[in-house]
Design a protein around this ligand. Structure first.
Ligand code: SF4
Length: 250
C-alpha cells in the first residue's frame, strides 16, 4: 500500500524536519560570516530573475499554503526570503548559527530598490485577488535592511487593507531600525503586523531560541516543533497571540 505523504495532507510540499539542536554553526572565520553573506551565494537571485518574489507557503516545510484555523481560515499565506546576514543586523545573536546555514536550496531575493518595486506590484495583485485577507511571512531568511524598506511596508499596509504580516526581526528594539519597526507595528496594529523581536526578553511580542531540553517560562514553545501542530497554517499562534514564542535551535 502506498505511504501517504503527511506534508501533502497539510498543504506543504515537504514534510517537517524536527530540530536536532545541533544546527550548522559556521566558524567566525568562514568567508560568509566575515563578509556578512549567505554561505550559498549561487542561491541569491536578482528580483528580475524570479517568476515571483512572494512564494506560496506551500513551498515551505514550516509554513503551509493557507490558514486552517481561526477567523482567518482560508486565507492564503505567502513568504518572502531574503539573503541571510546580507540584509540582517550584525548584532543578531544567531549570526554564525543562522538556520539559513541549513537551507541550501532556498531562493534568496537580492534586496534593494528593485525588490521594493517588484513587491509593490505583487502586493497590489494579491490584494486584488484576496480582498478578504492574506498573510505574508517576513522574512523566512533575512531582515528589514533599511528605514526606507520599513516605511515601504507601512505604505503597503495602509494601501492594502487585506495585507497582514507576521514574522521576526533580529533588530534590537531600541536600535534606530528597531524603533522604526516598533512604530510600524504600533501604527498598523498587531492584528495587521505581528512582527516579533528575536532575542528580546519580553513575555509578549518577542521570540527566543532555546537549547535542547531548555524551556522558557515567558514564552510558548512553537507547537510545530513539539509535534502539537503541523505547520504555521494549522497553528496560527504567531498572528493570533502576542505571547512570546520560543524555538528550539535547529
Ligand atoms: S508558533 Fe505556530 S505560527 Fe508561530 S512559527 Fe510556530 S508553528 Fe508557526
Amino acid at each position: 500500500m502506498a505511504t501517504r505523504n503527511p506534508a501533502r495532507a497539510t498543504m506543504r510540499r515537504f514534510g517537517t524536519k524536527q530540530p536536532t539542536g545541533h544546527g550548522v554553526i559556521l566558524s567566525a572565520l568562514h568567508p560568509a560570516v566575515r563578509a556578512g553573506r549567505t554561505a550559498f551565494s549561487s542561491r541569491v537571485f536578482d528580483p528580475g530573475e524570479l517568476p515571483r518574489l512572494l512564494k506560496s507557503g506551500q513551498h515551505s516545510r514550516k509554513i503551509g499554503k493557507q490558514v486552517a484555523k481561526g477567523h482567518r481560515r482560508g486565507w492564503p499565506i505567502y513568504t518572502l526570503t531574503l539573503e541571510e546576514r546580507a540584509s540582517c543586523p550584525r548584532t543578531c545573536d544567531q549570526w554564525t548559527s543562522c538556520y539559513g546555514n541549513n537551507m541550501r536550496a532556498a531562493e534568496r531575493v537580492l534586496h534593494g530598490p528593485d525588490l521594493i518595486e517588484g513587491l509593490g506590484v505583487e502586493l497590489a495583485g494579491l490584494a486584488a485577488a484576496h480582498p478578504a485577507g492574506f498573510l505574508v511571512r517576513l522574512h523566512v531568511l533575512g531582515d528589514f535592511w533599511s528605514a526606507d524598506y520599513v516605511a515601504f511596508w507601512g505604505e503597503m499596509l495602509a494601501r492594502h487593507p487585506a495585507l497582514h504580516l507576521f514574522g521576526f526581526t533580529a533588530h534590537e528594539p531600541h536600535s534606530p531600525l528597531g524603533r522604526a519597526i516598533a512604530l510600524l507595528i504600533h501604527n498598523a496594529g498587531w492584528r495587521r503586523c505581528a512582527i516579533r523581536f528575536s532575542g528580546a526578553p519580553h513575555d509578549h511580542g518577542a521570540a527566543r531560541v532555546v537549547g535542547p531540553g531548555e524551556t522558557d517560562p515567558d514564552a510558548i514553545l512553537c507547537p510545530a516543533q513539539t509535534g502539537a501542530t503541523d505547520c504555521c497554517a494549522t497553528c496560527a499562534l504567531c498572528w493570533q497571540s502576542r505571547r512570546s514564542i520560543a524555538f528550539r535551535s535547529h
